[in-house]
Design a protein around this ligand. Structure first.
Ligand SMILES: [Fe+2]
Ligand SMILES: [Fe+2]
Length: 296
């Protein structure tokens, strides 16, 4: 199964770049399932029900949020009722919405052992704690472990993609190793800057790796794909999606300047994963970086 995953969609330029990217992924790259982080979609902060609907219509199968999840409070009802929109799984009990979803061709099947239908794709979104101003967040490592334990009862070889929304590269890399061999992919978001480290991690216990990492019993091909940050889907000529002049004014003078979303050079940034449906693991991952045509 080929899956496309786009980083944080920022504002109107990001929405244009995302719609174009989904079309290219599906029509030219053989992508079957598209997932995107939409935490910055509504004018740079949060997601509205209207934009959620537009993204669905554009061909995005599942959406994730991040530290800006509740900035547009009108998303509450959609978060509570839609099966394809999640916030972080390690938020406290009582928080709006849920932290994991199942999307893709087998999303509705009710997976059971021996079921021959296509598998659903579990997407788990987890928030890092370092430099994130996320005091309410639970341990991200334990939160994902608990989710994997909960689904292992019904499906011993599920396809699971974990999105880690975090500031610190160390926390993301560590989570990648923690989940190595147990999930299809660990993909970072939030910093809005694409990283060049997309790869399938060596199998646990493989030569040259830390022998203390437990081995995987999975006999089928594939491993855990990893990328520290997908990068944002938004205006590349910006400071993390915001107008350069405004951010520079603030940073050089310490005087207030509204951080409006920038317009220049929209582009989509993310990855394409190839997943072996027997193992639930990735056989390949490649960066997907696509400027919006005619944008400079
Ligand atoms: Fe974020
Ligand atoms: Fe973001």
């Amino acid at each position: 199964m080929r899956i496309g995953y786009l980083g944080d969609i920022v504002g109107h330029p990001g929405r244009l770049a995302a719609a174009h990217a989904v079309k290219v992924m599906r029509e030219e790259r053989g992508v079957e399932v598209v997932i995107a982080n939409a935490e910055n979609a509504a004018n740079g902060s949060g997601l509205t029900p209207e934009l959620y609907k537009k993204f669905k219509d554009a061909g995005i199968d599942g959406m994730t949020l991040g530290d800006h999840a509740f900035k547009k409070q009108q998303i509450k009802h959609t978060l509570e009722t839609a099966g394809d929109l999640v916030r972080a799984i390690n938020w406290p009990r009582g928080c709006w919405g849920k932290g994991a979803m199942v999307v893709g061709p087998g999303a509705d099947e009710g997976v059971t052992p021996g079921n021959q239908k296509r598998p659903g794709v579990h997407v788990v979104m987890v928030m890092g704690r370092l430099f994130m101003n996320a005091q309410q967040a639970d341990d991200p490592f334990a939160a994902v472990d608990r989710y994997l334990e909960s689904i292992a009862q019904v499906n011993p070889q599920p396809i699971v993609i974990v999105e880690v929304h975090a500031e610190a590269t160390s926390e993301k890399v560590a989570l990648g190793w923690h989940l190595n061999g147990r999930v299809a992919a660990v993909l970072g978001t939030h910093t809005h800057v694409p990283t060049a480290d997309a790869r399938v991690l060596p199998k646990p216990g493989a030569a040259g790796t830390d022998a203390s990492i437990p081995g995987s019993p999975n006999p089928f091909p594939g491993g855990t794909a990893y990328c520290t940050d997908l990068g944002m889907t938004g205006p590349d000529d910006s400071v993390l999606g915001r107008r350069v002049d405004r951010v520079l004014k603030y940073m050089t003078t310490a005087t207030p300047a509204p951080f409006d979303v920038a317009e220049g050079r929209p582009a989509a940034h993310g990855v394409i994963l190839d997943i072996d449906e027997r193992s639930g693991l990735s056989t390949a991952v490649e960066r997907f970086d696509l400027p919006l045509p005619g944008s400079g």
